[in-house]
Design a protein around this ligand. Structure first.
Ligand code: BEZ
Length: 261
């Protein structure tokens, strides 16, 4: 990129760092809408369940309320601390590096798998973590998720000579592609569906961008506000309605699979 100096003081400016307070304010809908996936999980009293990418632990706590014994893992130390403050057994583990061995009746995941860019590795760790016939149930971004947002980030990034790899480091597969990976990983897919879920953003698009894509904007240093202004202007015609509500172009991929054998 050009001569601007990133303003972040982070050791790795490309790394997503989660602030649990602003995450809650800007994207609480993530756990609210994720409650539907708990219905598909159907947790039972006494079951041992792993919450893969537990975030701030709101849904982990909800699963515990069914009487299940739940362990949460997350790659963010900040999220793990917040989840622990809710009394959850939360551990700082990258979803690609699961080392559990035939311990869980089910693995659950909401809005986390799209951050894990090596899905085969994740699925093999999940298969190892499950008891025979254990369930893997989850929801994450499907193919076409945040397409308008990604296009705007890429266009503005290119116009400002930025690092486009920071525009969207996400994995959004089709149902067909993810079913195939689950099958290859030893699972029988019992349910899978991809659906459009336009999602109202409580703190408008700016809050979402700050929470989900800070590294992209921080790369522009003193020009950070120009980058925000351009991305927001590019998105307004497609994501902001006549009343001024911002609605993100979410596509969800929801699935349930059973470990074979
Ligand atoms: C999502 O939940 O769909 C999502 C979250 C962060 C970035 C992109 C998509």
């Amino acid at each position: 990129m050009g001569s601007v100096t990133p303003i972040t003081g982070r050791k790795d400016p490309t790394k997503q760092v989660w602030n649990t307070k602003t995450y809650g304010e800007n994207t609480r809908f993530v756990s609210t809408l994720g409650k539907g996936v708990i219905g598909l999980l159907d947790p039972k009293e006494g079951e041992r369940i792993l919450d893969l990418g537990c975030g701030d632990g709101v849904l982990t706590e909800e699963i515990s309320s069914y009487g299940a014994d739940v362990v949460g893992i997350d790659g963010s130390e900040n999220f793990v601390e917040t989840a622990r403050s809710r009394g959850i057994d939360a551990r700082n583990v990258d979803g690609h590096q699961l080392e559990f061995d035939r311990e869980f009746d089910a693995v659950f995941s909401n809005a986390a798998l799209h951050w894990m860019l090596k899905p085969e590795k994740v699925i093999s760790g999940v298969a190892r973590a499950l008891k025979p016939e254990g369930r893997f149930v989850g929801e994450f971004g499907g193919f076409g998720n945040v397409a308008a947002i990604s296009a705007a980030l890429n266009a503005v990034g290119a116009s400002m000579d930025g690092d486009l790899s920071l525009a969207g480091p996400w994995y959004f597969p089709t149902s067909e592609a993810y079913s195939k990976l689950l099958g290859q990983g030893g699972f029988e897919v019992t349910y899978i569906s991809s659906f459009y879920r336009p999602t109202r953003l409580p703190t408008e698009i700016r809050g979402w961008l700050e929470t989900m894509r800070a590294p992209f904007f921080e790369q522009f240093g003193s020009e950070i506000e120009t980058a925000y202004d351009r991305v927001i202007a590019a998105l307004r015609p497609s994501l902001c309605d006549q009343e001024g509500n911002w609605i993100a172009d979410y596509v969800r991929l929801r699935f349930s699979a059973k470990l074979v054998g």
